[in-house]
Design a protein. Structure first.
Length: 396
């Protein structure tokens, strides 16, 4: 597959000797440090643990040596968190050096780093740009103080604009993350957030509906009745508005929650949605190699001790049977709202005939107006996007 192609109508073909669903050409690297724990956050992230950053980078380097054995050229790298830009500039430089050694980028590759407003400055951005990072994903979430407070974010709205100015002049591609359905928010709030976002002229946006993950502060507040979820109808209107408003601005919905100008899609995330293999390194990192899905421990002390003892940090793992993997592939590919699920590509990648596998479900959802089928590829309809959870759940 030629990952450098961002023509979303061109379905990747499986003609390479080393197809990417068998040999990883992408890597995720996790940096767990954060200034503060946000109320909705269920990621492997830690506040108040900055004193461990040097030891963590030592362990990460050792894990790279143990897992990769030798430098592995890749097409995409995603350094996520946590907040990678919580590291200071020298530590970011060290991280970049080890990533460049163990995961050298193929020509034309995409190297993304996540950053949070308030943790990014010109010095850190220079270090990353000089190392070869060419894409930044900024966590904005909202531009309204009371909604940022409800999410327990600790940046001010004006810091988003400052971060964008730092990023815009140094990186060819960048993205903003937004959250809708924040408790206490209205459709007008969401409209205002989108307008503030569009004023910054991003070429990529990720817009997720808020999820109350079990155990998070926000989940506990909802359980106690201290906050109320935005009603389903309002959330539907919010999703409808974001699709229409962004499309009118030239940002195309290419995955259920992701919008981009043509050529600015996240190539790294396209790897996940094609169910291709990828390396995962660091605390809580997920990896998909040779059909085996693994997740590293989310406990920092266990991660450090195990890696320092020369042991694997892998926790839960699951080897999917070919048929399970095929179902999962269909489910992930259906998330792609433009490319969708291509019958020939699916057969090449999984060895299964799509119609023999999930034909009755396709027929039913086409009948209900949730899927469209042109004989070659199947995609969610506009109505199907609202009910994507139901459709994808049934497919998998
Ligand atoms: S900044 Fe991101 S990773 Fe860190 S606590 Fe907040 S949501 Fe979680």
């Amino acid at each position: 597959m030629n990952l450098s192609s961002c023509d979303l109508n061109a379905v990747p073909t499986a003609t390479d000797l080393d197809p990417p669903w068998l040999r990883p050409r992408s890597a995720y690297v996790h940096i767990p440090f954060c200034a503060h724990k946000c109320g909705y956050c269920d990621f492997a992230s830690l506040a108040g643990a900055d004193h461990l950053s040097e030891r963590y980078l030592d362990a990460l380097e050792r894990e790279m040596r143990m897992t990769l054995v030798e430098p592995r050229p890749v097409d995409t790298i995603f350094i996520g968190g946590g907040t990678p830009t919580r590291l200071d500039a020298p530590a970011l430089g060290r991280l970049a050096t080890m990533v460049r050694h163990w995961l050298p980028m193929n020509p034309g590759g995409e190297w993304t780093i996540e950053a949070n407003p308030g943790t990014l400055d010109a010095e850190k951005a220079d270090v990353m740009a000089e190392a070869g990072v060419n894409r930044v994903s900024l966590g904005a979430q909202s531009f309204q103080p009371r909604l940022l407070a409800a999410l327990e974010r600790n940046h001010a709205p004006e810091e988003v604009g400052k971060a964008v100015e730092i990023v815009r002049s140094r990186f060819p591609r960048w993205s903003l993350d937004l959250i809708f359905g924040v408790p206490g928010s209205t459709l007008d709030d969401w409209r205002a957030d989108l307008e503030a976002t569009l004023d910054l002229a991003p070429s990529h946006l990720s817009c997720y509906g808020l999820v109350y993950e079990k155990g998070t502060n926000l989940w506990k507040q909802r359980e106690k009745g201290d906050v109320q979820e935005v009603c389903e109808e309002t959330e539907r209107l919010m999703y409808e508005h974001v699709m229409d408003r962004l499309e009118a601005s030239g940002l195309m919905l290419y995955e259920i929650s992701n919008y981009a100008r043509p050529g600015h899609e996240s190539r790294h995330n396209l790897v996940y949605w094609a169910n291709d293999a990828y390396y995962g390194l660091g605390l809580g990192a997920a990896q998909y190699l040779d059909g085996l899905r693994t997740v590293n421990t989310r406990e920092m002390s266990a991660y450090l001790k195990r890696i320092e003892a020369g042991e694997s940090a892998i926790g839960p793992n699951e080897r999917l049977e070919p048929e399970e993997r095929a179902h999962e592939t269909a489910m992930l590919m259906l998330r792609r709202t433009v490319v969708g699920l291509d019958r020939d590509d699916f057969r090449t990648r999984t060895g299964f005939d799509l119609d023999a596998l999930i034909g009755p479900a396709i027929t039913r959802f086409v009948g209900e107006g949730l899927l469209e089928d042109n004989g070659r590829r199947i995609r969610l309809t506009r109505e199907g996007r609202f009910l994507a959870d139901r459709v994808l759940c049934e497919v998998v």
